[in-house]
Write a protein that binds this ligand. Structure first.
Ligand code: NAD
Length: 395
């Protein structure tokens, strides 16, 4: 093997049904004063919270709850830090979807330093280096999509014509523990299963073909893609294998966070940022609706200009994996990959961009704002007119 690569910091990981029961023991390693960042009713109204609440009480923990009900903004983080700082907490426990985990991550990062998150956001403001120290974070996902439990970035958004989605990113923000308990996903409605599943798969496929991919991330991305192939539709369709499907998706999402944090993403995530900032499009829906079109454009660009690009053969391998067919010829395997992605999008009713008010007149503004960090690891450089083509296929 000739590759040379580095692996950035990862959280300690507890995976499996019932693993949330280990939380009191994990938290106690850091102290007994806990800031619980969580969502609305999806966790705090559940029997899981009743059980954890009783266990924390029995073991003498003290905690405060900070609720996050939407994708977090820099303002939300700054307000939380201003009201919660002062050395009151030994550990931050984030339990929720990607929005909650990102808010918890940013708050844990700034509780001690106390400055504004705007100081560190990529592409906005002074981009000062983050020096920490971060308060230890324990991250517990309740959706199977973002992989935020394993990443070093918190995505923060502002909405409207001048809106943005930008990351506060530093290795010190990586959670101390990721506790991934598929039982916490049981309440996810089908539209969330679809959007999050497509987000996880997009992260796996984009990191698999990333220009920075390495053998370590390839192995994880492959295992994650296989888990999505086997788990997503059974869980979405609530068939006999739904519980197993849920477990596979929790695993796939975790791996997708690990791989994206190591080697980056691609054009789908490049576009998901302005789309999510300018329009009310949930992140996973943006990924799900664009993935097949963006994959098609990448494949065509490499066939035309870079036939030796290793990502082209990797797309073919992914096509063989998803279709479970040998497809001797790479171009047949590319076709199979695109057919599976299109079929998932249709079967799970992933909406088109037009459903959120995106029209032809909006494309120049979206294209002009898509070249953030994700676009830099797309396996092939795609010119603006090809980016527009991706969007047009999904209007
Ligand atoms: P989300 O966290 O915004 O949650 C969506 C909805 O689902 C909310 O109403 C929430 O209350 C509800 N919900 C959560 N868990 C539930 C459950 N078990 N049962 C029922 N309802 C539940 O959605 P998300 O897709 O998990 O996160 C999206 C955010 O994550 C976006 O801001 C995206 O940019 C970000 N993200 C971050 C990273 C990262 O590495 N930091 C990676 C990808 C995406």
């Amino acid at each position: 093997m000739t590759d040379i690569f580095s692996i950035a910091r990862l959280p300690r990981i507890e995976f499996g049904a019932g693993s949330a029961k280990k939380l009191p023991d994990i938290l106690a390693r850091y102290g007994k004063r806990v800031l619980l960042v969580s969502g609305g009713r999806s966790f705090l109204g559940s029997l899981h919270w009743e059980g954890l609440n009783a266990a924390l009480q029995a073991q003498g923990f003290a905690w405060e709850i900070f609720q996050v009900t939407d994708e977090p903004s820099p303002q939300l983080v700054d307000e939380a830090v201003a009201s919660l700082r002062g050395g009151r907490f030994d550990v931050v426990l984030g339990i929720g979807g990607g929005s909650v985990l990102d808010a918890a991550k940013a708050i844990a990062g700034l509780l001690k330093p106390g400055n504004s998150v705007m100081d560190h956001l990529e592409g906005v403001g002074p981009e000062l280096p983050y020096r920490g120290p971060a308060t230890p974070l324990v991250a517990v996902p309740t959706t199977a999509g973002t992989g935020s439990e394993a990443t070093k970035n918190a995505v923060l958004s502002t909405h409207g014509p001048d809106g943005f989605k930008k990351s506060f990113r530093d290795e010190q923000l990586v959670a101390e523990y990721a506790v991934v308990d598929p039982d916490l996903l049981a309440s996810c409605p089908s539209h969330l299963i679809a959007a999050n599943g497509m987000d996880a798969f997009t992260q796996l496929l984009e990191s698999f073909v990333s220009s920075k991919a390495n053998p370590f991330t390839d192995a994880l991305a492959w295992s994650g893609m296989e888990a999505v192939r086997d788990g997503l539709l059974p869980w979405y369709e609530n068939d006999m294998d739904a519980a197993l499907g849920r477990e596979k998706m929790a695993y796939a999402a975790l791996l997708s966070g690990i791989t994206l944090a190591q080697v980056g993403l691609g054009s789908v995530h490049g576009l998901a940022a302005p789309l999510g900032a300018f329009f009310p499009i949930p992140h996973g829906v943006a990924c799900g609706t664009l993935l097949a079109a963006a994959t098609r454009v990448n494949i065509e660009a490499m066939e035309a200009r870079e036939p030796a690009n290793p990502a082209l053969a990797k797309y073919a391998r992914a096509g063989r994996l998803l279709s479970r067919q040998a497809h001797g010829d790479d171009s047949a395997a590319h076709g199979a990959l695109l057919r599976v992605l299109d079929a998932w999008t249709e079967r799970m009713d992933v909406p088109r961009l037009g459903a959120f008010g995106v029209g032809e007149a909006d494309l120049p503004r979206i294209v002009a704002n898509c070249r953030g960090s994700s676009m830099k690891t797309n396996p092939v450089v795609i010119p603006d007119n090809d980016v527009g083509k991706i969007l047009r296929m999904r209007l």
